[in-house]
Design a protein around this ligand. Structure first.
Ligand code: 5FU
Length: 262
């Protein structure tokens, strides 16, 4: 089944963050996540405020910021309330359970305190999910597993993807979905119980010269049936007005979804 609405999908989840994400998508009519990979606090907050009305989720790489401080998080939380979006720290945890648990909750970033969603590679084994879950589950956070990547020549194989899905099935309370290029079929339509978020989305370029590969919102949402497009430089990297570009991707993503529903 591919013509299920976002609202209908929300009912498949017990996880509060997943339900909230679908609510926001339907309410704001946007399946666009902004990947805000800029290096100063001022630029970060400025773009987040401008683009906030058009996104369901703001994806961060908090360690890119050269002037990170606790005030940034306070300001970000205010923008989150003002514009109603979830925050996804794209930390890509990839270590043993005990280490990721500390990386998630401690250090200068204290990611668990402000990120609704985080992600992880399953390479180390299931302990990575257990470690993150010890911190995140009671906070109603959600975890995405990296089932596929957008970059050219990445080493993820079909078997690796399948093993990642197996691990997700054991932790449906905390694992809310996947980073993947498509909605990956799982037996008994279980794929509808997971959110699929896809990076490597662009309307102008096909690649970035450093391995990133871009597909259009239509390819990702209509053809590959993913749920959410993640767009970074397509919005803030062209020198054009970020609001205009955000609306362009919002419209392209939503129209691609409506086309899929037909
Ligand atoms: F897991 C992944 C992946 O497979 N590809 C990605 O591009 C994550 N990303 C992130 O999405 C990457 O780290 C960037 O933050 C973002 C894409 O940004 P772009 O500017 O749209 O290329």
């Amino acid at each position: 089944m591919t013509n299920v609405t976002y609202t209908e999908r929300a009912a498949n989840f017990n996880n509060k963050t997943a339900r909230k994400l679908f609510e926001i998508i339907e309410h704001k009519k946007t399946n666009l996540a902004l990947a805000l990979d800029v290096s100063t606090k001022q630029e970060f907050l400025d773009i987040a405020d401008k683009v906030g009305p058009y996104i369901c989720c703001l994806k961060t790489h908090i360690d890119i910021l050269i002037d990170f401080d606790n005030d940034l998080i306070e300001q970000l939380k205010k923008l989150q309330i003002k514009h109603d979006f979830l925050i996804f720290e794209d930390r890509k945890f990839a270590d043993i359970g005990n280490t990721v648990k500390n990386q998630y909750s401690q250090g200068i970033y204290r990611i668990a305190e402000w990120a609704d969603i985080i992600n992880a590679h399953c390479l180390p084994g299931e302990g990575i999910i257990n470690g993150l879950k010890e911190i995140g589950l009671s906070l109603n956070r959600g975890l995405l597993l990296l089932a596929e990547m957008s970059s050219k020549g990445n080493l993820i194989t079909r078997d690796y993807t399948n093993s990642t899905i197996e691990m997700a099935l054991n932790h449906k309370d905390f694992v809310i979905g996947f980073i993947a290029s498509r909605k990956i079929p799982i037996n008994n339509n279980i794929q509808n119980d997971f959110i699929f978020m896809t990076p490597g989305v662009g309307l102008s370029n096909k690649e970035d010269g450093l391995g990133q590969q871009y597909r259009t919102p239509r390819e990702v949402i209509t053809e590959s049936k993913s749920d959410i497009i993640i767009v970074g430089r397509g919005i803030y990297g062209s020198g054009k007005d970020v609001i205009t570009e955000a609306k362009r991707y919002r419209d392209a993503g939503w129209n691609a979804y409506l086309e899929r529903l037909k």
